[in-house]
Design a binder for this molecule. Structure first.
Ligand SMILES: [Zn+2]
Length: 344
């Protein structure tokens, strides 16, 4: 059984984006209860820490950090219609980023094999200079940059399977070949970015891989795309660390999306990525919670990914899938950079 470091903390409930907001404290309350009764060998608790301003500054500019910091202690502030904060949001966001960094430290130091940060607020929409889409600081992007600067890694895979495209993550590394950003996301949909043709720029060309998914697709289609497109590209990239922006709002139960994933499907995606981590990165892998707004779908999917992180299923074949549509536009634009099989 592999050792998995788990970050979760009651303080992740302290960020209050407003009544009726889907990104609500109960998401963490629900996960706290779920992991309380979840037992498997090798699961160990990792304590989160507050990310420093310098660490957040690996991705964000000082003006943005200052704007978020200025909301600390204030009764409320709205960065946009979706992105509101409360008195403790700044510290909660620092704790979210610091939760991932604590996991990265534990994995790199060999205390655990992999890890999962069950944090909020999410981060992947946050841009260098602004908060948006429920996100204040882009923890996953900060984590990727932290791995390079603190540990000297030169190739980090950042796979984002959240329902939404991680515009902030993509833009953080758009001309940078050191981080391969790959995303599956419902398209067209919020935030509007993530077209198949957006592949990176300059030295980063080919290191952004967007898979825009039509509404209605689910486990079989996702698994097929992972096996036929993402797996070969990621193996050619040869990552030294596999980071996952693990949102669960592509779950069929989710109120925000139009996709039909199940917890079993997310488990399969994790298995593909964990195999890549095993074969290329010494097993080093960390997942970070992004979206996911149906509490049942969120709990079940999280536990299923934690099951996979234990490693017992790594060599078990994935189910045969009947539905095998590909995204021909993605294959055709990515073929300029990566070897991909002709047919599905
Ligand atoms: Zn999302």
């Amino acid at each position: 059984m592999l050792r998995t470091g788990l970050v979760i903390d009651t303080r992740y409930q302290d960020h209050q984006p407003g009544q009726q907001h889907p990104e609500r404290p109960a998401r963490i309350g629900s996960l706290l209860r779920a992991v309380e009764s979840y037992r498997r060998p090798g699961l160990t608790s990792v304590s989160p820490r507050l990310a420093s301003e310098d660490e957040i500054g690996l991705i964000h500019d000082t003006a943005h950090i200052g704007r978020v910091a200025a909301t600390a202690g204030q009764p409320g502030f709205a960065f946009d219609a979706d992105t509101q904060v409360s008195a403790l949001s700044y510290d909660t966001a620092r704790l979210a980023t610091g939760g991932l960094l604590a996991i990265l430290d534990a994995v790199m130091d060999g205390e655990v094999d992999n890890g999962f940060g069950l944090v909020r607020p999410p981060g992947h929409h946050a841009e260098r200079n602004r908060a948006m889409g429920f996100c204040l600081f882009n923890s996953a992007a900060i984590g990727a940059q932290y791995l390079r600067e603190r540990f000297g890694l030169s190739r980090v895979l950042l796979m984002d399977w959240d329902l939404h495209h991680g515009n902030g993550s993509q833009h953080s590394f758009y001309d940078d070949p050191g981080v391969l950003y790959a995303s599956t996301h419902q398209y067209p949909y919020y935030p509007g970015t993530g077209a198949a043709e957006d592949v990176g720029r300059g030295a980063g060309a080919g290191y952004t891989v967007n898979l825009p998914i039509p509404a209605g697709w689910g486990d079989a289609e996702y698994q097929h795309l992972f096996e036929m497109i993402l797996d070969p590209i990621c193996r050619q990239f040869d990552p030294q660390f596999v980071l996952i922006s693990a949102g669960f709002d592509a779950h069929a139960r989710d109120p925000l999306g139009g996709l039909r994933m199940t917890e079993a499907g997310f488990g399969g995606l994790a298995r593909v990525l964990l195999r890549i981590a095993r074969d290329h990165a010494g097993g080093r892998c960390a997942a970070l919670l992004e979206g996911g707004y149906d509490l049942t779908g969120l709990e079940k999917s999280t536990l299923r990914v934690l099951d996979e992180m234990g490693g017992e299923q790594l060599d078990t074949p994935l189910p045969e899938v009947a539905s095998r549509p590909l995204l021909p536009q993605v294959v055709s634009v990515q073929r300029a950079y990566w070897e991909l099989a002709d047919k599905s």
